[in-house]
Design a protein around this ligand. Structure first.
Ligand SMILES: [Zn+2]
Length: 313
């Protein structure tokens, strides 16, 4: 398919909606041209063909700007409106290449790595692209964890001297919930950056991450004491009275905490601010689900051929 319209001001190519086809490209090399990227986004947005947001029109023109103009009423619409690509000044082919790097590298990529490999002018541009992807990685309305779920907190960040127990100064606290599969193995995970380890911080996390009726396994920390009154089966193991170490009693959360710490220090070299940690946690959960080290019950949107809308950042 040729794209003779890349220079020119207004209506330069008339293409019936019916000619939009599901792309067959299987790697980023199919997305070296802007027009190919736009084709793909249009297919995601309008899998049945262009649809005017104002009238029943299903036919139109693609303008030089990449927008579509309805043949019936003249309304212009864009495949990128309301998505993370809305009004971006970075070419779509660079966005696509960054997405490819982010998802195909086993441990993801750092903004510095993307800046260098794509030849971007600034670190900020690379970081902002990756960050928008991270924010969009959570599937709205995803199901809560169920069955047997381990919950604990972990302290992530750089090395911190001194201090014992649950107090922290420079480290960030991450609440972790992990489904434990029967007979063994890890299921889905949920992570959240919490300000402290009080019941006011941890209980809302559990409520959002774990479905009522699940068995929630925690240590003896007082913040978890009321879980039994909130619709959960509460299994409580007081570590002080245990001969086994914590990583044996609650292997799931300790495995996830150690993978997370390694990922933050390795791929991102510990350069993750507390302010943006939640977005990085999204990316970590997605990487782990895709690498099958932990489970992913529903296929992540976008990793199959079904159309999906990207959520705005
Ligand atoms: Zn219209």
């Amino acid at each position: 398919m040729g794209y003779p319209f890349e220079s020119g001001r207004l209506v330069v190519c008339r293409r019936p909606a019916a000619t939009i086809r599901a792309p067959t490209r299987s790697c980023w090399r199919g997305f070296l041209r802007e027009a190919a990227c736009l084709d793909y986004l249009e297919w995601l947005r309008w899998p049945e063909g262009i649809r005017c947001p104002r009238c029943p029109g299903r036919d139109g023109w693609r303008l030089a700007s990449g927008r579509w103009e309805c043949a019936l009423c003249g309304r212009q619409s864009s495949a990128t409106a309301g998505t993370i690509f809305d009004r971006t000044r970075t070419p779509l082919r660079l966005w696509f290449a960054a997405a490819w790097q982010m998802t195909s590298h086993k441990h993801g990529v750092s903004a510095l790595g993307v800046q260098r490999s794509l030849g971007l002018g600034s670190y900020q541009t690379a970081w902002a692209m990756l960050h928008r992807y991270r924010v969009a990685m959570v599937r709205p309305g995803r199901e809560r964890l169920a069955g047997h779920v381990e919950v604990d907190e972990a302290y992530v960040g750089g090395v911190e001297g001194g201090g014992q127990g649950r107090k922290t100064e420079s480290k960030a606290i991450v609440a972790i919930a992990v489904e434990i599969e029967n007979p063994k193995g890890l299921g889905r995970i949920r992570l959240a950056h919490v300000p402290d380890v009080s019941a006011e911080s941890l209980l809302p996390f559990i409520n959002e991450a774990v479905a009522p009726g699940a068995t929630v396994h925690t240590d003896g920390w007082q913040a978890y004491l009321t879980l039994g009154d909130r619709g959960y089966e509460h299994e409580r193991t007081v570590m002080r009275t245990q001969s086994d170490p914590a990583h044996v009693v609650m292997p799931g959360v300790h495995r996830v905490a150690s993978l997370l710490q390694r990922w933050l220090l390795g791929t991102h070299q510990g350069r993750v601010s507390h302010e943006h940690l939640d977005a990085y946690l999204n990316e970590f959960v997605r990487h782990e689900a895709l690498s099958n080290r932990v489970g992913c019950k529903a296929p992540p949107p976008g990793c199959r051929s079904s159309p999906v809308k990207l959520r705005a950042a």
